[in-house]
Design a protein around this ligand. Structure first.
Ligand code: AMP
Ligand code: MG
Length: 441
């Protein structure tokens, strides 16, 4: 392998080529049983059928009186019918006395229909007095009764494989007595955070040391995408320490932060090539061009699932961008989710042109102001606060030189809702619409 350190990349791969490569290889991991009470948000690995009829017994859909429908024919407010009250049926406390001809049982919503009864008259059209009930309305048989299996029959398909389980899905599983369901295993993600200059998050920056912020961001992104970040330690730019971290086979995905480029202390690309394969190094994009992507041999699921390794540049914006393009879709796919970016999208006119270069994919941070898309002027790859000021990003694909002013562009929003845009971070703020787009990447 050519040592790229202090020389630079001879050639760069296209974003689409890398995306295709990953899409072809990242397949859902194995399954594990997850308790129904905590399966919300998980991805179902196999179909689930109902083991029971719902409802399991004929039950009342109303507060009222259980009757034989035939006894009520002809009842009206002018000509009420009187029935003898012979019992009470409550949810969980059924009435075992059968309802005979000319008889009724007081019944509450959800309570079992007593034997002999076939309909329920709602309380609003009844009057109870001296052990008798007067009905001012007729009901046909089955009226106001939830019959056995009316909602679901035993064997009915409840949920299909691949579904992202909603709270009400989990509730339905619990309601039919299913204790656990097979879900796609969540990808385990090892963070390998490198840099002699780093202090752990929680410390204050001191002298020439900076605080590791990438791991804080990456943990949030991994969790957003359904992965599980494993505990980690900061590593110095020391090949032996980085090699040992890469060699640990306990994760499905390894995210290396920093040391991915062509600097003197950028060891990770060579180490990945030695331990496994470095499939890509150097990608035609801005920021994040020094990104590397490779594989490190079998992961926890064995030889069918090689461990993916993503060499993410240390500059925070590059780290975020490389994660979003390559690591995020891979983690989602391993977890059985859709590869697509999870960001909500809006189309709005551009307040100022965006310039790019043919052959390069750009990740442009933008703010939305008065319904217009404003590219942020301070957009260097090291400017973490630009991603906080931004409402989202515009992707300029490889075959485009950019977008002119007033072009309709698609913004991928950082926030869940498209209507609201969080107040921007305090601090100095370049006036929107001023200055060039771009900067040192
Ligand atoms: P590198 O990719 O190692 O060349 O780092 C590029 C820049 O990102 C340098 O200014 C580093 O100090 C900075 N950097 C590296 N790792 C981190 C990190 N974990 N958190 C924040 N900044 C970082
Ligand atoms: Mg470094």
């Amino acid at each position: 392998m050519r040592d790229v350190r202090m020389r630079g990349f001879a050639e760069r791969a296209d974003v689409e080529e890398v995306e295709r490569f990953l899409a072809g290889r990242a397949k859902p991991l194995g399954r594990e049983d997850v308790a129904a009470v905590s399966c919300t948000g998980r991805i179902l690995a196999g179909a689930v059928d109902s083991p029971a009829d719902v409802p399991a017994f004929d039950r009342s859909a109303m507060d009222g009186y259980a009757v034989r429908g035939a006894d009520t024919f002809g009842a009206s407010s002018y000509d009420p019918i009187r029935l003898a009250l012979v019992g009470v049926s409550l949810p969980g406390r059924p009435c075992t006395t059968p309802v005979g001809e000319g008889e009724a049982v007081r019944i509450m919503t959800g309570a079992p229909l007593p034997p002999g009864a076939d309909a329920v008259v709602m309380a609003e059209v009844c009057e109870e007095e001296d052990g008798r009930v007067e009905l001012r309305d007729a009901v046909s048989p089955r009226k106001n009764v939830g019959a056995v299996g009316e909602d679901l029959r035993r064997g009915d398909r409840l949920l299909s494989a691949g579904r992202r389980l909603r709270p009400q899905d989990a509730a339905l599983l619990a309601s039919v007595g299913i204790g656990a369901v097979p879900c796609v295993r969540r990808p385990l993600v090892r963070l390998v955070v490198t840099g002699d200059e780093l202090l752990p998050a929680g410390a204050a920056p001191e002298g020439v040391k900076i605080v590791d912020s990438n791991s804080v961001m990456l943990r949030g992104l991994v969790e957003r995408d359904g992965g599980v970040p494993l505990p980690f330690e900061l590593l110095p730019d020391d090949p032996a320490a980085i090699r040992a971290a890469l060699a640990a086979g306990d994760a499905d995905v390894v995210l290396v932060s920093g040391g991915s480029s062509v600097g003197q202390e950028d060891h990770a690309p060579r180490l990945v090539a030695e331990l496994g394969r470095l499939d890509f190094h150097g990608i035609s994009m801005r920021p994040s061009s020094p990104t590397g992507i490779g594989r490190l041999g079998p992961g926890p699921d064995g030889p069918d699932h090689e461990r993916f390794v993503f060499l993410l540049p240390g500059n925070p914006v590059s780290c975020l961008c490389a994660y979003e393009f390559f690591a995020g879709p891979t983690i989602r796919a391993l977890g059985g989710r859709r590869r697509d970016w999870p960001h909500p999208r809006v189309k709005l006119p551009l307040a100022r042109k965006i310039s790019s270069s043919l052959g390069r994919t750009d990740y442009v941070r933008v703010a939305i102001e008065d319904g217009q898309v404003v590219p942020l002027a301070t957009s260097g790859a090291s400017i973490l606060s630009s991603t906080v000021r931004a409402d989202g990003v515009v992707i300029v694909p490889r075959d485009t030189e950019g977008y002119p002013e007033w072009a309709e562009v698609e913004v991928r929003l950082y926030d869940e809702t498209s209507e609201e845009h969080a107040p921007r971070a305090p601090g100095r703020r370049a006036p929107a619409g001023s200055g060039p787009v771009g900067g040192i990447q």
